[in-house]
Design a protein around this ligand. Structure first.
Ligand SMILES: C[S@@+](CC[C@H](N)C(=O)[O-])C[C@H]1O[C@@H](n2cnc3c(N)ncnc32)[C@H](O)[C@@H]1O
Length: 321
């Protein structure tokens, strides 16, 4: 998948205002044991520390860091980057404004604008695994000061969140492969609004092509009867097709907007699946950090209520490399 496609899928997702990338589980920001994990890290920060949240999205982890140091009335320099076109809004804060986060949109982990050895702590939730690992690790090694730390929470390929994306992706092709069901629907709507007759030969032809796509979709429904995503998306498409006759005002622009939402959802799911790490891959990342001047590399599975959720990963920058 092209980087440009992924970036625009994430940009459009963050513009909807979600605070985390798992809005069903964490609509208001990460809580429970994840919040405790991050607060333990941030409680170590001293006055004047410099912190960077990579792949920040709408700033979930940066806001947790900011609230932590605000509560302790210390001043820190907090930055947050994402390659997507982010414009985070302030979530409900504790009211104190001692520290403001500096957000940097369109900044890749592999090529940050920061000075050498600038940060005491770099953090990321579902972050580095989305980047080019070699170049990203090299860049972290450049911008973290000696004895500074990198702390990450990364996708585990056996976690429930990653497993649940697999079914979604199994149905993706019908919405992503050309000519998509959306394309057929738009062509039908366009022809109908031109000809104004349901029996016009061109309209009939477009309707037949659309019905052929519906047949494919129905077969998919039989394979994945529990896929809510598939059912809801197809219901919406059918409603669009029916409305054409009742309200000729149904515009292909409306269909295109719905199509983009569905496509972006699937692109993000694929991105998440590709980012997930098994035991072998996380150990390779550990070795990569060691080669790039980090020591004390520790990683382990992280559970939420006995459910595997992610990997935690910590590394400290060695002196003198
Ligand atoms: C799963 S989201 C995580 C967002 C946030 N940390 C959270 O937990 O809610 C992954 C983010 O990584 C960003 N990303 C992907 N590749 C990147 C790169 N090379 N440099 C910077 N950000 C990147 C995406 O734009 C996306 O916003």
């Amino acid at each position: 998948m092209k980087n440009k496609t992924k970036n625009s899928a994430w940009s459009s997702y963050w513009s909807e205002g979600c605070i985390t990338s798992l809005p069903n589980l964490f609509p208001e920001n990460y809580g429970g044991d994840i919040l405790r994990f991050w607060n333990e890290e941030f409680s170590e920060l001293k006055d004047r520390s410099r912190i960077l949240d990579i792949c920040t999205g709408n700033g979930a982890i940066a806001f947790i860091a900011r609230d932590n140091v605000n509560r302790r009335h210390i001043h820190c320099d907090i930055h947050a980057i994402d390659i997507a076109n982010i414009q985070p809004h302030e979530p409900d804060s504790d009211g104190s404004h001692i520290n403001e986060i500096k957000f940097h949109a369109g900044v890749a982990v592999e090529t940050t604008p920061f000075a050498d050895k600038y940060f005491d702590l770099v953090v990321g939730q579902f972050a580095l695994e989305y980047c080019n690992l070699e170049d990203g690790t090299k860049e972290l090694s450049r911008i973290v000061r000696e004895d500074g730390s990198v702390v990450l929470m990364m996708h585990h390929d056996e976690s429930r969140t990653v497993r649940s994306t697999h079914e979604l992706i199994s149905v993706a092709d019908i919405f992503l492969d050309d000519p998509t069901i959306f394309y057929r629907l738009r062509k039908y709507v366009e022809q109908y609004s031109r000809q104004k007759s349901i029996d016009a030969p061109k309209v009939v032809r477009m309707r037949q092509q659309l019905i052929a796509n519906f047949d494919k979709a129905n077969k998919l429904m039989r394979r994945f009867p529990n896929s809510r995503f598939l059912r809801v998306t197809l219901d919406n498409i059918k409603q669009f097709a029916e409305r054409v006759h009742l309200e000729p005002g149904v515009q292909s622009a409306d269909i295109r907007e719905f199509e983009n939402t569905v496509k972006h959802h699937l692109i993000r799911a694929k991105d998440q699946r590709d980012a997930a790490l098994n035991a072998e891959k996380i150990s390779e990342i550990g070795a990569l950090f060691t080669r790039n001047g980090f020591k004390s590399v520790v990683y382990e599975p992280f559970y939420l209520d006995k459910d595997l959720f992610a990997w935690t990963f910590k590394a400290r920058r060695s002196n003198g490399m």
